[in-house]
Design a protein around this ligand. Structure first.
Ligand code: ADP
Length: 498
């Protein structure tokens, strides 16, 4: 077989140049095209034969053509390699007259035949398309967005950001970002910016401290800023999304004012309830005391009717004393509130039982499963359990009362159930019974003031929970409330519910 003909060195070079993925165009010092590669042919849509020997201006759009020979001459006078990149994005003109965005790198080549310039041309249509899509996304974003480069210069600022900072149109472009930073923080800002660029990651700026920004008119406003590094061919940029917090701040302040006003009126109400209850107790004690003296000293002289009246007076004052005491407890849920601590409900249950003191000889029983530790006010939780267990015993049916306290898990909370086998509650009353003074029975049927469950509800609410009842008449009741558990290894897990 005959060996393939050896390409000479020039042919060899041409093959390499043709295989280069970049369009290459070499011109002589008259600006005439001396060499193009296959990439140039396909990029500009010309066959090589139509380009060789032509002025390079055929590849320049008409609108730039007249300046080009002068620029070319300038380069030949000062021939230094100019790499692609910054500020070198231009346009080329294709055979069909259409324009393509390009980037050009220039390399002077000294030869025996004089100075040539080799241009490397890259089509940047795709990059431009992505960039313009990015710009229009940012522009149409409903949030103020500003992009800066490494030197802190604003390279992109959407309409929202101009509005927010009180600038017109493109006024922000080219400004340093420190223009938007209030004077008290501006000095430190360039350093923070440099640090951020060194370790750029998406994050919130000024977390945990009150960040403010500066309007054109010099006024400051509270902001929240999200930072996002944007890596491009031209290096890293930072895109900042800025949210004006003024409105949110105002709303929070108004809410806080309303809350303060409410707290104040609550305190006044509690003080009133306290003083009223307290002041009522003294004359009440006097009435009861005198009535009892009357009975003790003159029982025999008074007739049966008079003695009955005295007895009724004493009973009535006793009921009123209970009522006043209950009202006092209710007003103290907030006024005597203690800070929350870890409370072991097993202890609370024992205390409640001691306070309730089941009568000896009774067949009634009160039991509890293993109870958890919760966060709360020990003495209030004791009042809560005491009231619920007390009701379970009080509103019993003919059978001996069985009251049970159990705990079950509900996510991070505990639900405590206090169940009884008593008379139950009709569905239409199950909401109202938590209202103050709401009773379903006369005091001759079951003694009481109608405050117990209102007190329970207020205590549970103060602990951030809810209280509710499930019941059917004659089938017993189950009062339930939820409390926040304590997440530590000491938390006791109750046995699984059946
Ligand atoms: P009091 O017991 O002083 O009447 P409460 O506020 O504790 O006041 O209860 C309100 C009403 O709810 C009671 O009058 C009673 O009718 C009903 N009630 C409360 N607990 C139970 C219970 N365990 N079983 C049946 N009814 C109950």
């Amino acid at each position: 077989m005959e060996p393939p003909p050896l390409l000479n060195a020039v042919e060899h070079l041409k093959t390499i140049i043709d295989a280069t993925p970049t369009a290459l165009v070499m011109v002589d010092n008259r600006g005439l095209i001396q060499l193009v590669n296959a990439q140039t042919e396909s990029l500009f849509g010309y066959p090589r034969s139509q380009l060789l020997g032509e002025p390079v201006e055929v590849l320049v759009p008409h609108r730039f053509r007249h300046r080009h020979p002068q620029q070319r001459a300038g380069f030949f006078n000062n021939p230094e390699a100019r790499p692609m990149g910054e500020g070198r994005d231009l346009y080329g003109r294709r055979h069909d007259g259409s324009e393509i965005p390009i980037e050009i790198g220039l390399n002077p080549i000294q030869t025996d035949e004089g100075l040539f310039v080799l241009s490397a041309i890259v089509d940047i249509s795709e990059r431009k398309r992505l960039e313009s899509r990015f710009r229009s996304t940012v522009e149409s974003a409903p949030t103020a967005m500003i992009m800066i480069d490494r030197s802190g210069t604003i390279v992109l600022a959407n309409r929202e950001s101009a509005n927010l900072f009180g600038y017109a149109g493109d006024e922000l472009l080219g400004q340093t970002i420190e223009r938007l930073v209030p004077p008290h923080s501006a000095a430190a800002h360039p350093e923070l910016r440099t640090q951020y660029f060194a370790q750029a990651s998406a994050r919130r700026m000024g977390e945990g401290r009150d960040l403010t920004a500066l309007r054109k008119d010099g006024s400051e406003f509270p902001v929240e800023i999200g930072l996002n590094p944007v890596a491009t061919d031209e290096g890293t940029f930072v895109l900042a999304a800025i949210v004006d917090l003024s409105e949110r701040r105002r709303t929070i302040e108004q809410l806080q004012q309303a809350k303060r006003a409410l707290e104040l009126s609550n305190i006044e109400l509690q003080q009133f309830a306290y003083v009223a209850s307290h002041d009522l107790q003294t004359p009440l004690r006097a009435i009861s005391g005198y009535a009892q003296c009357l009975q003790a000293d003159f029982r025999d002289q008074l007739g049966e009717t008079a003695n009955l009246y005295i007895q009724r007076t004493v009973d009535a004052t006793e009921r009123m004393r209970r009522l006043i005491n209950d009202l006092l407890s209710l007003s103290r849920v907030d006024s005597r509130a203690k800070p929350f601590v870890a409370v072991d409900l097993n202890d609370v249950f024992e205390q409640a039982l001691t306070m309730l003191a089941l009568e000896p000889g009774t067949q009634d029983t009160v039991k509890a499963g293993t109870l958890p530790c919760v966060k709360g006010d020990q003495s209030q939780l004791m009042q809560l359990l005491m009231n619920l267990i007390g009701n379970g015993l009080k509103y019993k049916s003919d059978a001996p009362a069985r009251v049970e306290v159990r705990a079950r898990r509900n996510n991070r909370d505990w639900i405590i159930d206090v169940s009884d086998n008593g008379i139950g509650i009709a569905p239409q009353h199950q909401e109202q019974i938590f209202d103050i003074f709401k009773r379903l029975h006369t005091k001759s049927e079951y003694p009481g003031t109608g405050i117990g469950l209102a007190l329970c509800r207020r205590i549970v609410h103060r602990h951030g929970g809810n209280i509710w009842v499930a019941s059917e008449p004659r089938r017993g009741s189950r009062f339930s409330f939820n409390l926040q558990g304590i997440e530590d290894s000491n938390t006791q897990e109750p046995p699984d519910e059946p």
